[in-house]
Design a binder for this molecule. Structure first.
Ligand code: NDP
Length: 455
């Protein structure tokens, strides 16, 4: 069977690929399993060198990879270039720190015994990844895990097969052994068969909570370790003393980055009544001023949504929220032009359990709520089944940290938009999943923390 990737800006076919279902799938998993024993015993210094080389390959071919991402999923080209650079950064980061993070740890036990913890790789890890950051999500997994001595098997989202193959090439060009990292171009209905395969030692999924539940169920039956990085409905809390100019500027950026399709985008803006009118006026003006257009054009702020069907789902959420009493302040209709273009949209006062209030809204649609005080703001921020990121805006840093500590989220930022950084753990609570990526925590998810006792 062949798989096509389609440019959402034009509707034209970007490329066509042979899929890996059936025997090809098995062959690729077998190659991964056969590579593991050799790879796990390769000294970590060598694995770090290869990772640094992967960072170089990324930087050398940045324009090619950036263009591919933009063609397959519509991200503005500048943001694609930044994504390639960030992938190179995560390679540099673990190339420098992996050995330190995985060093043996002496632990005090019986006085006459030597006791310690050692960190050993598990085997082939399946990474099921989304299309929204088609390079970053994969490198965030691969950089720490390959360097820990695991081998990676990627099942990328179906609309970015070119990115999947290009990432495979990055590792090949960097000098990794064949099988250390491979991609499976398969449909998601083949994933259960992969998870039931005894050669797979762990699975990490970044995607929607529905996909997370399905994978966790099968992995649970197999007793296979999982990490789940799922969706979010991040609150952006504006207190009465927030510095308004920077707050509004960042609010727009936090909502619209990646065409509004980021798990950690600010989605619900919760604003203190004393500054509500000012915030809303300025926010709507700034959202309206964004340039929507061809993602290959440097001047574009917002490109098309990644797929036509995703834009239709987004529009249904908007319509239902408006039908149920939300006020439309801006946007709200697909744009009258070719491609999956949806404009910046602002809705106020949605009903408590309307889609914009309770579901993840994955596109350039902001929902603004007015609250009477700080306590109500925290309550509203936490009134969601998700718990990925959250931010609070205030001139008083102590107050900001107090509020941040009360957010039910894996990431809480004061006066900054929620972002991922190789040096800091990343992950969620509640329906946003469990486990952590990045930093020391991320490289220790798929290792056996083995206790050694020498008497
Ligand atoms: P999906 O959940 O639709 O897809 C993610 C991946 O899971 C794809 O590879 C997809 O394959 C696969 N998949 C889908 N359904 C199943 C299933 N039932 N069983 C096994 N695998 C499945 O998400 P999107 O690609 O649409 O990405 C957007 C979602 O990802 C949003 O909810 C977003 O918040 C979340 N996300 C979370 C992040 C985090 O770090 N927490 C970061 C980025 C995104 P296929 O394409 O073939 O269907």
């Amino acid at each position: 069977m062949t798989i096509e990737s389609t440019n959402p800006a034009t509707g034209t076919v970007v490329d066509t690929f042979e899929d890996d279902s059936g025997a090809d799938r098995d062959e690729r998993i077998e190659r991964a399993a056969e590579t593991f024993p050799e790879w796990r015993t390769t000294p970590i210094e060598r694995r770090q060198q290869l990772l640094a080389a992967a960072g170089e390959v990324l930087r050398e071919n940045s324009e090619e990879y950036a263009t591919l991402m933009t063609e397959e999923m519509g991200k503005p080209i500048d943001q694609s270039r930044s994504e390639v650079e960030k992938c190179a950064w995560v390679c540099d980061y673990y190339a420098e720190h992996a050995a330190e993070f995985l060093a043996d740890e002496p632990v005090a036990g019986e006085p006459d015994a030597e006791t310690k913890v050692v960190y050993q790789p598990l085997g082939p890890i399946l990474a099921i990844m989304p299309w929204n950051f088609p390079f970053w999500q994969v490198f965030r997994f691969a950089a720490p895990n390959l360097t820990a001595g695991n081998v990676g098997v990627l099942k990328h989202a179906s609309n970015v097969p070119g990115c999947a193959r290009a990432i495979e090439d990055v590792f090949r060009e960097a000098g990794y052994p064949d099988g250390a990292f491979s991609s499976l171009l398969i449909d998601s209905d083949e994933i259960d068969a992969v998870l039931e395969d005894d050669r797979i030692a762990g699975v990490t999924l970044t995607g929607s909570d529905g996909a997370g539940r399905a994978v966790a169920e099968t992995a649970g039956n197999e007793l296979t370790k999982t990490v789940l990085e799922l969706g979010g409905s991040d609150p952006f809390v504006v207190l009465d003393d927030a510095p308004m100019e920077k707050t509004v500027e960042t609010a727009v950026q936090a909502r619209l980055i990646n065409n509004g399709q980021s798990c950690i985008a600010a989605k619900r803006f919760i604003v203190h009544t004393d500054v509500y009118d000012e915030f809303l006026d300025r926010f709507v003006d700034e959202m309206d001023a964004q340039v929507v257009g061809d993602p290959m054009d440097e001047k574009t702020d917002i490109g098309p949504q990644a797929r036509e069907d995703l834009m239709d789902d987004l529009h249904e959420q908007v319509e239902e929220t408006i039908d149920r009493g939300g006020d439309l302040e801006l946007g709200g209709e697909p744009m009258d032009r070719d491609g999956a273009y949806y404009p910046p949209t602002v809705i106020t006062d949605p009903l408590e359990d309307s889609p914009a209030d309770q579901e993840e809204v994955f596109g350039p649609v902001a929902t603004v709520f007015e609250v009477s005080d700080e306590e109500r703001a925290i309550e509203k921020a936490n009134d969601t089944r998700f718990g990925l990121g959250a931010s609070v805006w205030t001139a008083d840093l102590d107050r900001g940290e107090r509020v941040a500590r009360r957010f039910e989220s894996g990431l809480a930022f004061v006066n900054e938009l929620v972002k991922s950084d190789p040096r800091l753990p990343f992950g969620g609570v509640k329906d946003s999943g469990y486990g952590r990526e990045l930093a020391r925590a991320g490289i220790r998810e798929f290792v056996n923390a083995k206790t050694i006792w020498v008497q």
